[in-house]
Ligand binder design. Sequence first.
Ligand SMILES: C=CC1=C(C)c2cc3[nH]c(cc4nc(cc5[nH]c(cc1n2)c(C)c5CCC(=O)O)C(CCC(=O)O)=C4C)c(C)c3C=C
Ligand SMILES: [Fe+2]
Ligand SMILES: [Fe+2]
Length: 366
Amino acid sequence: MTFKDTLDYRHDTPECLGILLVNLGTPDTPSVPDVRRYLAEFLSDPRIVEMARLPWMLLLHGMILRTRPARSAKAYRSIWTPEGSPLLEISRRQKAALQDRVSKRFGGPVRVALAMRYGSPSVADGLAELKAVNAQRVLVFPLYPQYSATTVASVFDAVTDELRRWRWLPELRFINQYHDEPAYISAVAASIRAHWAEHGQAERLLFSFHGIPKDYFEKGDPYYCQCQKSARLIAAELDLPPDRWVLSFQSRLGKSEWLQPYTDATLESLARQGVKSVQVLSPGFSADCLETLEEISIENREHFLESGGESYSYIPCLNDNPDHMELLADLILRHCGGWPEVEGPALGSDGLAERKERACGMGAQA
Ligand SMILES: C=CC1=C(C)c2cc3[nH]c(cc4nc(cc5[nH]c(cc1n2)c(C)c5CCC(=O)O)C(CCC(=O)O)=C4C)c(C)c3C=C
Ligand SMILES: [Fe+2]
Ligand SMILES: [Fe+2]
């Protein structure tokens, strides 16, 4: 084992609380080679595709990475902005807002770092940023309201894979999910009410969550149940009767069965039943991304309108809206409960003896 010893914790500066926000990740640019590189990393993760490694790697490199990148790159180009990928840009705004809110409410120094599970900034970059500011206590916060092994456990893997190469580990805490947090439910409900205040209510509200293969659920992934509970609680908070809302799963990939009902089929069937207007939201994403801005806002709109629907609107994710930032800051502070707030002042310029004393009680002999 080779350890990374280039940067270590310091005794001569105050300790800092470290928060590592992690979202899924995105390609660096919407070019085919960058999308291919991103998909190669993403789809090689055994949490994402659980198939036996050798046949999957042959299929991935022999076929999928030769065809899918061009299709995905086209989709990315349709949502790319002058600032880059919406997911990364929104995540940066979330990080800045949380740095501000958490610093104001926590008693001592705090650093919020941003990492992406795939692509950059990487989890290793985020952990190094925290080590450089002497964050000896780190809270890892995967920004997914519902737990799935494909997302949250994969963040855990990336963090622990990196830390396997550190000699001196930080004290770690980890947020697993917040799918039924009252503040999350009411923030989503408030965003729907705000949309209704501007556009009126549609005949149906559709909650579309990212799908996972059905057999992951059958083998014990709690994601399906947590999505159901989030949607049920949001509908209850809105006093929306069961015949006015629907839950479905989007983004299926490959030939195997994924969680049902599928979003595209649901929209077609609603339109065929004579439903003329729908409003769609994706409360499983903490930030708008390809899956919402392209798949929901563009692609599925077409499915609905082509099947006879007349009015389709997309309700954006919570992104960096103030309710959302407040609830994430609350979750962070709650999970840091009991951690010392400040480690004491920085030492003066001639602090060698004090440093040694603090480090290992050798001050007197120095
Ligand atoms: C192949 C299996 C996939 C599983 C399982 C999966 C689960 C999953 N993903 C998200 C969140 C996001 N996924 C995004 C894009 C995306 N997802 C997959 C595949 C699986 N996801 C692919 C191949 C892609 C890339 C785009 C494409 O080629 O279609 C994104 C958007 C990233 C962006 O850059 O904007 C997010 C976010 C969740 C929450 C989840 C399981 C619960
Ligand atoms: Fe995905
Ligand atoms: Fe998609």
